[in-house]
Design a protein around this ligand. Sequence first.
Ligand code: ZN
Length: 324
Amino acid sequence: MRQNLSPSFEESSGLTMIPERTYQTQPPEKAEGESLRQNGSHAIKILVYHRIVKEAGKENSCKFCLHESDFRKHLEWLDRWGFTPITFEDYRVACEKQLELPHKPIILTFDDGYLDTYQVAFPLLQEFGMKAVVFVLGDRSIKTNVWDAHLKLPQAPLLSDNHILEMHEAGMEIGAHSMTHIKLTDVKEECAWEEISRARVLLEILLNAPVLSFSYPYGLVNETVKQMVASAGFVHACSVWSGPAFFGRDVYELRRIPILNSTTASKLAVRVSNLFQYYSWMRWTAGKILRKKHLGYENEVLAPPLRSVESLHHSVNAYEKFKS
Ligand SMILES: [Zn+2]
C-alpha cells in the first residue's frame, strides 16, 4: 500500500515541484497488467551495454567499452537467431492490451548515456531496425562520466539534450539513471529520494513524455531504494548482477546481462541462454547467503564478472557444497 502518494508529474507545474520524500513503506505491488504475463515473457533477457567505440584499440581502455565491430556482430547474431529487441514500453503495452510479444523478445539497454550511444550504436541499431533503452542522468549539466574520475577511467562525453530527443523520436526508450550517478544504497534516504524522483521529473520535462524505467547506478539496490523507485512512479527498474533469474518476477530488480569488451558474439550466445541466466542467479544467491553468514549483511555489492563457463560451474559447485 502506498502512503502519502507523491504528486504526479502532471500536478507538478515546474522544476521546483519535486515530490516530497513520501515513498512506499511496503514492497511495491506488481505493475498493472504485469500479472498478464505473455507467453514466454519470463524468458526475456536484458543486455546492458555502456560504451560502443569506433577507434581501434580503444575498447581496451575500459572493460565496459565494446568495439563497434563486435557490437555489429552482436546485432547480426541476434538478427540471425530471430531475436526481436523491444523496449520496456513495448512490454507494458503488450501487457495492457493483451498483445502477443514477438517470438524471441530481448531488451538492449545502454547505461550512462554516452555520446557514442548516439554516434556509434544508434546508427547501427537503425541499420538493423532495432530498438533499445537508453538510461541517462537527470542532471543535464553533467557532461562527462565524472563519477569515474577517481578510478582514473577515461572521461567520455555524454549525450546532449538534442541527442536524447532525436533518439526518443526515433523509437528508443529513454529511462532514468538517477540525477548524478550516485550510489543510492550508500547515501541518506532524503538524498536517494531526490536522486530518483527529480530525475524522473526533469527527464519527463525534457521529453514531454512519461519516463517509466529506471536503472540503478552501479547496479546497487536494496529494498528501500526499490520502494522509492516504485513510489517515484517508475514501472520497471534494472539492476545488473542481482534479482530473480527470470524476467518479471520482480519488476523493480530486473537482472541484466553485462556486456564487456571481451563479450564476443559467441560469448553473447552463451550469456543469453536460460541456463546461464539461471547459473548467474544461483551464483548471486550463493554470494548473498555467504555474505550474510560470514559478514553479517546481505546487501548487494558488485559481483565480479563471470569470466567463463568454467568459473560459473565452479561457483555452482561451491554453492552445492555449501548447501550440503
Ligand atoms: Zn551507470
